[in-house]
Ligand binder design. Structure first.
Ligand code: KIV
Length: 271
């Protein structure tokens, strides 16, 4: 008899069941083993190994520089820390756009080398062929519409997307297309709440929002933002649940003081 407690894993089917029964989906990013273990053990449904690793782990200004090899490194670390959550991994910039064969090869590497459960790609009709080819290989795909940070140099700004009728209409059409070709879910980033609600009601697959209001089927945040590890980033949609930057800084200051004053280690902390 196994002494290990059986954990029921979250699958893409679980997320669909959640939407169908009105249960909201919780999703957070993680990029390393230790954080993934904490987040998973707290009961999160989906862990996204986001290309936001480029910003919060590597310190780049945009998500563009992160490579497929680096995403695989982060993703394989996360997978080792997860027992329950569905692990979705971003295909990084340059690993899928405009070449469906390359897209499939990139997705296969993520599934094979990292042990991920699904991939996420940014865009709609423009990347249809890439998504279809990945899906044909049996790899689940999550779409990502609205503010798509890999296109930041096209947008020129990180402000709210799809406020104008034409862009809103294209987004609705893209969401319908992603559902039709077989994506299991869609992330909507930074769009008006009314539009996001309309999208969530117009497709049967789960729609997960970030800065997209409360009318969608679930929420995702970057863990470094909601834990307050990032300090300056303060968009309206972000709720901080911790102030880790200050907490960690205070702990380190205390440690420095203790070392300097020889308060650490004490008699009990040595051999
Ligand atoms: O990379 C990321 O963290 C993301 C989320 C913002 C959805 O794509």
């Amino acid at each position: 008899m196994s002494v290990h407690k059986e954990v029921k894993r979250v699958t893409t089917n679980t997320l669909q069941e959640f939407k169908d029964s009105g249960i909201k989906i919780s999703m957070l990013t993680a990029y390393d083993f230790s954080m993934a273990r904490i987040i998973d053990s707290a009961g999160i449904d989906v862990i996204l190994v986001g290309d936001s690793a480029s910003n919060v782990m590597a310190g780049h200004e945009t998500t563009l520089p992160i490579t497929l090899d680096q995403m695989i490194y982060h993703a394989s670390s996360v997978v080792r820390g997860v027992e329950r959550a569905l692990v979705v991994v971003d295909l990084p910039f340059g690993s899928y756009q405009g070449n469906s064969r390359l897209a499939l090869e990139s997705a296969i590497r993520i599934m094979k080398e990292a042990g991920a459960h699904a991939v996420k790609l940014e865009g709609g009709a423009e990347i249809k062929e890439s998504i279809v080819r990945i899906l044909t290989a049996g790899i689940p795909v999550m779409g990502h519409l609205g503010l798509t940070p890999q296109s930041i140099y096209k947008f020129g700004t990180y402000t709210v997307r799809a406020k104008e009728e034409a862009e809103a209409q294209k987004l609705l059409e893209d969401a319908a297309l992603l559902q039709e070709i077989g994506c299991f879910s869609i992330v909507l980033e930074k769009i008006p709440a009314t539009l996001a609600t309309k999208v969530a009601q117009s497709v049967h697959i789960p729609v997960i929002g970030i800065g997209a209001g409360n009318g969608v089927d679930g929420q995702v945040l970057v863990s470094h933002d909601m834990l307050g590890i990032t300090k300056e980033f303060k968009p309206r949609f972000l709720r901080r649940y911790l102030n880790m930057y200050d907490e960690v800084q205070n702990a380190v200051k205390q440690y420095v003081d203790d070392v300097k004053s020889q308060n650490f280690p004490s008699d009990k902390e040595q051999y």
